[in-house]
Design a protein around this ligand. Structure first.
Ligand code: ZN
Ligand code: ZN
Ligand code: ZN
Length: 176
């Protein structure tokens, strides 16, 4: 695994270092992690590493096409090693959970603008915003749904992965 990763770095013209290998491994293990998530994982693996070193490694790996950077509005950047397939993301407005969704078209750009204004367009950035099944189950907001109505704590609950504590930009009580 480490040998394969080292080869991967070399093939992309990246000098192999323990820190870069650890950052790549962390992103591979936790898709859609934030830089802070990555830093935590890397520190568990190789000990001390500065935040800046993690950012630098992430930036370099993204520039070289080894990882992909996603920058959703109102959220820290997320990183993943699934690159080159033009897949998109579903993001829960409430808890911030992000999951992959295949592109219905398959190749970029998968949307056609009404007017390209003379631009040579190579990508349409698509993010689907909504609420995840867990959040929907916790707070059904459509009248007529007879799901159990457990009171929702004001504090956002961490259900599974990643950085739900960062998703506080969205008021959990806002209802349409
Ligand atoms: Zn959610
Ligand atoms: Zn993804
Ligand atoms: Zn698409």
């Amino acid at each position: 695994m480490d040998r394969d990763s080292a080869d991967l770095l070399r093939r992309h013209g990246v000098q192999v270092t323990a820190q870069r290998l650890a950052v790549l491994a962390a992103v591979s293990a936790r898709p859609h992690a934030t830089a802070d998530d990555v830093a935590k994982v890397v520190r568990n693996e190789i000990g001390v590493i500065s935040r800046q070193a993690v950012y630098d490694a992430l930036g370099l790996l993204a520039d070289k096409g080894l990882i992909r950077r996603i920058q959703p509005a109102g959220s820290p950047a997320r990183y993943e090693n699934r690159t080159g397939d033009n897949h998109h993301h579903l993001i829960c407005r409430r808890c911030g959970r992000m999951v992959d969704v295949d592109c219905a078209v398959g190749v970029a750009p998968c949307l056609t603008p009404a007017d390209d204004a003379g631009y040579a367009i190579d990508e349409a950035e698509v993010i689907y915003w909504g609420r995840c099944p867990e959040c929907l189950a916790r707070t059904p907001d459509r009248s007529g749904t007879a799901e159990e109505t457990v009171p929702v704590p004001r504090v956002l609950r961490t259900s599974d992965d990643s950085d739900t504590d960062r998703a506080t930009a969205h008021d959990p009580t806002d209802q349409p």
